[in-house]
Design a protein around this ligand. Structure first.
Ligand SMILES: [Ca+2]
Length: 486
């Protein structure tokens, strides 16, 4: 009898110990737009609290700095060339395993609310989710038209960040405490075009925002950076409509840039309010400590650095994403300095949920790294991005980032020699990437080693000179992208 009692208790504990997963995925969020990553101006006490009660990854990166490819890497644990979502117009393949799909098979209730953005014009429910509420394309900060799990399409009045939180809470409140759940809140914020809630529209009026110093230090950089200055992705361009007449390189036109950054920050304040609401609900329902709360961005964002806005390049602001995980089993108040990647998310969450692993993953679970340290953790990784005809402002990019060095080169796309200057930065001495060391003769052997490491890491994911396909680089162009896909 006593044995049976212990057995039943153990089984009950085991069932109860399956954690829930609340995955809050922001869009184009820079770490430094959060208090816990050092923002002087943007107050995010609720996100900061997740960090102080959990784990803050200080050095997390996307492997492709573009919405859809990066989102697919988060779900699949794979680089873009393997999951196949190499641009913003490709659907996540139905047959491709994903961590929410595997959690669903393992008995989780699964749901997605908000911006999904794989398959530009498809707002239908996707396989692997019991509930799926999204919209076409980017959605709108106000009055988005939602597809409610394939049953109904309707405009819900109000601010996106509030509405998506309402939708998620409605579903969460219907879930049984007997069955674990995995829910995504896909925030639109702070993606362009940055429109804060009215109450936050003037939150930063007193903060002056100059162009970063690096915008004026382009002489040792490849020439395409200067060519980009006046385009859609340069600081003298339209700035996501914050500048009405462009290009404008007059010093006083920095006011448009400042207004743009204020707008971006303003949208983040509403995300912090959303985090407060879901956290309060988890606390009320006594699920807070049995829920893995992930707060993450999908890709980085340039905000004037090197004269650029938006993303795609291999420079630090384009690569860096915030990652905060609150789950008591991982410990509290920890800061992880090692380099973590988007492709680590799926294997990590599957391990923490004791679910079957992905059949294939380019990432690695950081559970051990966080809990007890992992001497075998990576010290280098590679980044890649393919030139887009729709956004002709960034060349093909292949780059290596080690704990100390970053090497970037720009293949032409037809196997011929590179036509753009490469870049080399000593990130320890120069974290802002102000001095391109590629021509330093004393570093010739270092460059040789870095090239070899890049080739080795790429080969480990199946990429070599023959298999690494990419479009032909047609150069930086001045025309604006199609209005429908901006
Ligand atoms: Ca994005």
């Amino acid at each position: 009898m006593r044995t049976l009692f212990f057995l039943l208790t153990a089984l009950t504990l085991h069932a109860a110990s399956k954690p829930n997963v609340l995955f809050i995925l922001c869009d184009d969020l820079r770490p430094d737009a959060l208090g816990c990553y050092g923002s002087k101006h943007v107050k995010t006490p609720n996100i900061d609290r997740l960090a102080s009660e959990g784990v803050r990854f200080a050095n997390t990166f996307c492997t492709t700095s573009l919405c859809s490819p990066s989102r697919a890497s988060i779900l699949s644990g794979l680089y873009a060339h393997t999951h196949g979502v190499t641009n913003n117009f490709t659907e996540y393949p139905d047959s491709m395993p994903s961590f929410p799909g595997l959690l669903h098979e393992a008995g989780y209730a699964t749901a997605y609310f908000g911006k999904y953005h794989m398959g530009e014009n498809n707002d239908d429910p996707r396989p692997g989710f019991d509930m799926f509420i999204t919209h076409k394309g980017q959605g709108s900060y106000f009055d988005t038209e939602w597809n409610l799990n394939g049953k109904e399409r309707k405009v819900i009045k109000g601010y996106y960040t509030t509405v998506v939180t309402d939708l998620a809470l409605d579903w969460l409140k219907q879930q049984s405490t007997e069955k674990p759940w995995c829910a995504f809140i896909g925030q639109k914020a702070p993606h362009s075009f940055y429109t804060p809630e009215e109450k936050y529209a003037h939150a930063f009026d007193d903060v002056r925002v100059p162009y970063p110093a690096t915008a004026f230090q382009l002489d040792d950089k490849p020439a395409w950076l200067k060519q980009r200055l006046h385009t859609w992705h340069g600081i003298y361009g339209p700035l996501f409509e914050w500048r009405k007449k462009f290009p404008d390189d007059r010093p006083e036109a920095v006011k448009d840039f400042e207004n743009m950054v204020h707008g971006y920050w303003g949208t983040v304040l509403s995300v912090d309010d959303s985090v407060a609401r879901v956290r309060a609900w988890l606390e009320e329902t006594k699920q807070l400590d049995n829920t893995i709360i992930v707060f993450m961005g999908d890709n980085g964002l340039l905000e004037g650095e090197h004269g650029m806005v938006d993303k795609r390049t291999a420079h630090e602001p384009s690569l860096r994403i915030p990652l905060v995980v609150r789950y008591p089993a991982l410990g509290a108040g920890k800061v992880i300095e090692q380099q973590a990647l988007t492709v680590d998310m799926a294997p990590s969450l599957l391990e923490l949920c004791a679910a079957p692993a992905l059949p294939k993953s380019h990432g690695k679970s950081w559970a051990k790294l966080v809990q007890s340290g992992d001497p075998a953790w990576r010290t280098s990784w590679f980044y890649h991005y393919n030139y887009e005809k729709q956004f002709p402002y960034t060349p093909n990019v292949r780059a290596l980032r080690t704990d100390r060095w970053k090497y970037i080169h720009y293949p032409h796309g037809d196997g011929s020699a590179d036509k753009h200057l490469s870049e080399l930065y000593d990130l320890q001495a120069d974290p802002g990437e102000t001095k391109n060391l590629i021509a330093d003769p004393q570093l010739a052997s270092t460059i040789t080693e870095l090239k070899a490491e890049l080739a080795k890491l790429m080969l480990a994911t199946g990429l070599d000179a023959q298999t690494d396909k990419m479009p032909l680089d047609e150069g930086v162009k001045s025309e604006l992208p199609d209005a429908k896909i901006r």
